[in-house]
Design a binder for this molecule. Structure first.
Ligand code: 13P
Length: 334
């Protein structure tokens, strides 16, 4: 029966279980260095391990967090006491996931536009990641907004790469998180962002369909529909929520179990307040939750500051952020 459920569907549903969201802790080597630098934390294997161990050993984290996205190095690392970080997550009831793209490169002939790389050898890497305990994957595409960008070529090349990534992930028994990020940089309006997000999501779902990706066994990770950071017209939380929910209702099939937003450089408070407003405005079949990196980690990282004596306070800060965002998801009335 074509509609019978697959074990991957259950994993996708578990990632958006009521009141739960995802911790994105998959910063690549250059990105984690960028986060550590302002705090004078040296970026080396030991400091990265100590930081991720601090996050993952937070008592009670599993009450609010369903999954954690890791970087390749972290999936292989062991904690101070010799337990694998993956096992620490599993004991908390948190599913380990893995970022599998290799970042972006310039799109030839399209200045200012990017394509995401990492398809070469992906089938083999996915098999290995599954063996190491990963149960879901993530691939991030980025789209820059202006009056003329993104080009249709950029949207299409990234959509087809996302679709290949997603189909290869499902083949390997992993739930793909499909992340087409519309960047906040620029002075575009809320309406322009909605327009770009709509075209992008339509193209992405057409590509997913062309590649026969099982929609029940994937999650979408979009940016919220927001005005650019340099836009003169600000938008209220309610306006952001209305535009975001309308855009998603028009473009995301009902078979997708959940939509997990990225935070994308919003402050932690903004991200949580807007997620609350989105859930209050929610009308749609899918769960609307979070897969935040910066918005979940910011206060925890600055509290930790690379010092062992700050671990308990850093964990308190992470648990607080996780609880706040869980409450945002629970603000939904229907
Ligand atoms: P931010 O929430 O910091 O945008 O990170 C989410 C993420 O995983 C980006 O790929």
């Amino acid at each position: 029966m074509p509609n019978s459920s697959s074990p991957l569907d259950a994993t996708a549903q578990a990632l958006v279980a009521p009141g739960k969201g995802i911790l994105a802790a998959d910063e690549s080597f250059p990105t984690i260095e960028k986060r550590f630098k302002p705090l004078d934390i040296p970026a080396n294997e030991e400091s990265r391990r100590a930081y991720r161990e601090t996050l993952f050993t937070t008592a009670g984290l599993g009450e609010f967090i369903s999954g954690a996205i890791l970087f390749d190095e972290t999936l292989r690392q062991t904690a101070h006491a010799g337990t694998r970080l993956v096992e620490i997550l599993q004991k908390q009831g948190i599913l380990p996931g893995i970022k599998v793209d290799h970042g972006t490169a310039g799109l030839p002939n399209f200045p200012d536009e990017k394509m995401t790389e990492g398809l070469d050898g992906l089938r083999e890497r996915l098999r290995e990641y599954h063996g190491l305990g990963a149960r879901f994957t993530k691939w991030r595409a980025v789209l820059t907004v202006s009056e003329v960008l993104p080009s249709l070529t950029c949207i299409e090349v990234n959509a087809y790469r996302l679709a290949l990534f997603a189909s290869l992930s499902q083949e390997a028994g992993l739930v793909p998180i499909v992340e087409p990020e519309i960047l906040m940089d620029g002075d575009h309006t809320l309406a322009r962002c909605e327009e770009v997000a709509s075209i992008t999501l339509r193209t992405v779902f057409a590509a997913l369909s062309a590649h026969r990706v099982r929609l029940e066994a994937m999650l979408l990770k979009p940016a919220m529909v927001l005005p650019g950071v340099d836009c003169q017209q600000s938008a209220t939380e309610e306006e952001i929520a209305t535009h975001t929910v309308r855009c998603l209702r028009r473009t995301v099939p009902a078979a997708v179990p959940g939509i997990v937003f990225l935070s994308g450089g919003q402050s932690p408070t903004q991200a949580t307040q807007r997620l609350t407003a989105i859930n209050r405005a929610a009308a749609g079949p899918w769960a609307l939750s979070f897969s935040f990196g910066r918005a979940l980690q910011e206060s925890s990282l600055s509290t930790w500051h690379g010092k062992a004596e700050n671990i308990p306070a850093a964990q308190t800060a992470l648990l607080y952020s996780a609880r706040q965002n869980s409450a945002a998801v629970k603000a939904r009335s229907v």
